[in-house]
Write a protein that binds this ligand. Structure first.
Ligand code: ISE
Length: 337
């Protein structure tokens, strides 16, 4: 049995650098063995102070390195596919940041490649499942104490968007989290997606229609809606209100110190996703490491990556047509049952 994960982190950008710090300081049972980035200077800066770690410019080289026995993929999504195949060939534990791949067809091929390997190796980085409040709402739903779950209302608000954030990315990069969350909460697949474009903010960059209202339904008829608003300016907010037969549950409301000063009362708004989900990322990566050391996967699988990719495809089509678009999925392989 592997005693310690020697992880190659592929991509030393915003998420990669965050995970490198996490692996190096807070996670037990894993060490950073290699950091890969096309910008070698950035990879070198990322390994500074990490004993035994090497900086490399290619994922193939890192995965062929005998000192590496696990991989964390944090490159932009369109680069995931090739790295995933190489990592599956090496038969090592994989943590792949979302999205698994950018479209349903390529994600399905990854599912098939893992099925051929005969064991689950890929965990997809949907960190919200590891957030304490998400887990608590999940338990309320499963316990059934408030009766059946009827509706989910999601608010997903970002202060602004990075350069190059396209209209499709409101779905593929942002609402992809709600697609996974709704599947996680209900334990069901999403069957249709509709996107309504109403009045737009003057604060959105050219090409983006912001906000958007996304309407979904699940296999048993649970209705969900998502307000995705990525240039909301005031700060970061990911909140959900769940409607049950016998009650309402709200999560994700800013809490923390309630301050009264100079004739005003209030607190601070969470600035971004690193702060909102910092603890969830820690729990997620620790769960991945613990499971990988047992030869298992500790969170969302390649199937979840594929199913959410199919929702994204339907979502982007719905954005363009305004119609309600069906989500069509292949049969789930036994490996994921
Ligand atoms: C970003 O990529 C994330 O994953 C954040 O969690 C999400 O809130 C944001 O909308 C995405 O762009």
């Amino acid at each position: 049995m592997t005693e310690i994960l020697r992880v190659a982190v592929i991509g030393a950008g915003r998420m990669g650098a965050d995970h490198i710090k996490r692996l190096n300081t807070r996670i037990h049972g894993a060490e950073v063995a290699a950091v890969v980035d096309v910008d070698l200077a950035r990879a070198q800066a990322a390994i500074e102070g990490i004993p035994g770690a090497v900086a490399l410019a290619s994922a193939e080289e890192a995965l062929a390195n005998g000192d590496v026995n696990a991989v964390l993929i944090a490159t932009p999504g369109f680069l995931h596919e090739d790295i995933l195949y190489t990592a599956l060939d090496h038969d090592i534990p994989i943590l792949c940041e979302k999205p698994l791949t950018p479209d349903a067809e390529s994600a399905w091929k990854i599912v098939q490649a893992e099925e051929k390997l005969g064991r689950k190796r890929i965990q997809v980085g949907f960190m919200r499942r590891f957030d304490a409040e998400y887990a608590a709402l999940g338990s309320v739903i499963r316990d059934g104490g408030l009766g059946g779950l009827l509706m989910l209302h999601h608010q997903h608000r970002n202060p602004n968007t990075p350069e190059g954030f396209t209209n499709e990315m409101l779905i593929n990069d942002s609402v992809v989290h709600e697609f996974d969350a709704i599947r996680f909460f209900t334990g069901e697949e999403i069957t249709s997606v509709q996107v309504r474009l109403g009045k737009a903010t003057r604060n959105a960059p050219a090409g983006q229609h912001d906000p958007q209202h996304v309407l979904l339904e699940t296999e048993s008829g649970v209705l969900a809606d998502v307000e995705i608003y990525v240039n909301a300016k005031f700060g970061y907010e990911v909140a959900t209100q769940a409607t049950f037969e016998d009650g309402i549950v709200s999560i994700g409301n800013d809490a923390g110190p309630y301050i009264r000063t100079a004739g005003r009362w209030g607190g601070s708004v969470t600035p971004g996703f690193e702060e909102r989900f910092g603890a969830a990322y820690d729990v997620e990566i620790q769960a991945w490491v613990d499971a990988a050391l047992r030869g298992e996967v500790g969170g969302p699988t390649a199937w979840d990556g594929y199913a959410t990719a199919a929702c994204c495809e339907a979502g982007v089509e719905a954005q363009k047509s305004g119609e309600k678009v069906k989500v069509l999925l292949n049969t789930r392989p036994d490996l994921y049952n």
